[in-house]
Design a protein around this ligand. Structure first.
Ligand code: SF4
Ligand code: FES
Length: 261
């Protein structure tokens, strides 16, 4: 199979980038999208041209590094599929494919297709932890967790922090990501001590990093490779509202006379 690629090339975060045309030959249906890019880079290296820089690590849909917008869609045309798990059999011989980086103010381009997704890490650092000493795995049933809650926490935990939700959103909102992380920890007993702090700290960190708000477009849900459902966002809003009410209650002076004998 021969493909016509239009790839975003940009030397650094400074300066302009542009789409550059390439042809790749010998692409096989069993190759992943990243292996197809490897083929392109082999050809570029042979011609002593700079290879296309792109992010990847596990190539198994686990790490969330492979941040590619393929023909306008983060992670490409297949639902619930990361770019590294997207196979070339889903493309046609002679097809033109446009490959771009995530586009969001909070994700500055480092080079070519690589963006800095450190903003997601900083949002996590604000509240994506538990302070209790969880130790090693407890014996089954020593800490009772309802089956539905365990399943829900597990679903939320499947978020790989790829940022495709941000890249797809017209507002560059990170709410699906934050909702998944908060939804996981706030659902479990171990996460309760920080529940209120977590909701406020992570939402404040999200805003400070320059992510937008949710406008109910649900493009995030459409591209999420782990199929995180949209009701997590509603849960995030409820958790934030609850936390804001509690914070307000503790910040308010007691009604006059309440502390007087
Ligand atoms: S919610 Fe989905 S799209 Fe967003 S970071 Fe997590 S896995 Fe990626
Ligand atoms: S390279 Fe790890 S999820 Fe794609």
């Amino acid at each position: 199979m021969r493909l016509r690629l239009r790839v975003w090339r940009q030397r650094s975060s400074e300066g302009a980038g542009r789409l550059v045309n390439y042809e790749v030959e010998g692409v096989e249906g069993g190759m992943s999208f990243l292996e197809m890019l490897d083929l392109l880079n082999l050809d570029l290296a042979t011609k002593r041209e700079a290879p296309v820089a792109f992010d990847h690590d596990c190539r198994e849909g686990i790490c969330g590094a492979c941040s590619l917008v393929i023909n306008g869609v983060p992670h490409g045309p297949r639902t619930a599929t990361t770019a590294c798990q997207l196979y070339m059999r889903h493309f046609r011989d002679g097809q033109e494919i446009v490959v771009e980086p995530w586009r969001a103010a909070a994700f500055p381009i480092i080079r070519d297709l690589i963006v800095d997704r450190g903003a997601l890490d900083r949002v996590l650092q604000a509240g994506g932890y538990v302070s209790v000493n969880a130790g090693s795995a407890p014996d089954a049933n020593t800490l009772p967790v309802a089956h539905q809650l365990a399943e829900r926490a597990f679903l939320a935990a499947s978020c790989i922090g790829c940022g495709a939700c941000v890249a797809a959103c017209p507002n560059a909102s990170a709410m699906l990501f934050v909702a998944a992380k908060l939804g996981q920890l706030n659902a479990l007993p171990q996460g309760q001590p920080e529940r209120t702090h977590r909701a406020i700290a992570m939402v404040e960190a999200m805003d400070a990093e320059g992510f937008g708000n949710c406008g109910n477009h649900y493009e995030c849900v459409a591209v999420c490779p782990k199929s995180i459902p949209r009701d997590f966002i509603a849960r995030l809003n409820r958790e934030f509202f609850r936390a804001a009410m509690i914070a307000h209650e503790f910040a308010s002076p007691p009604p006059s006379g309440e502390l007087e004998e």
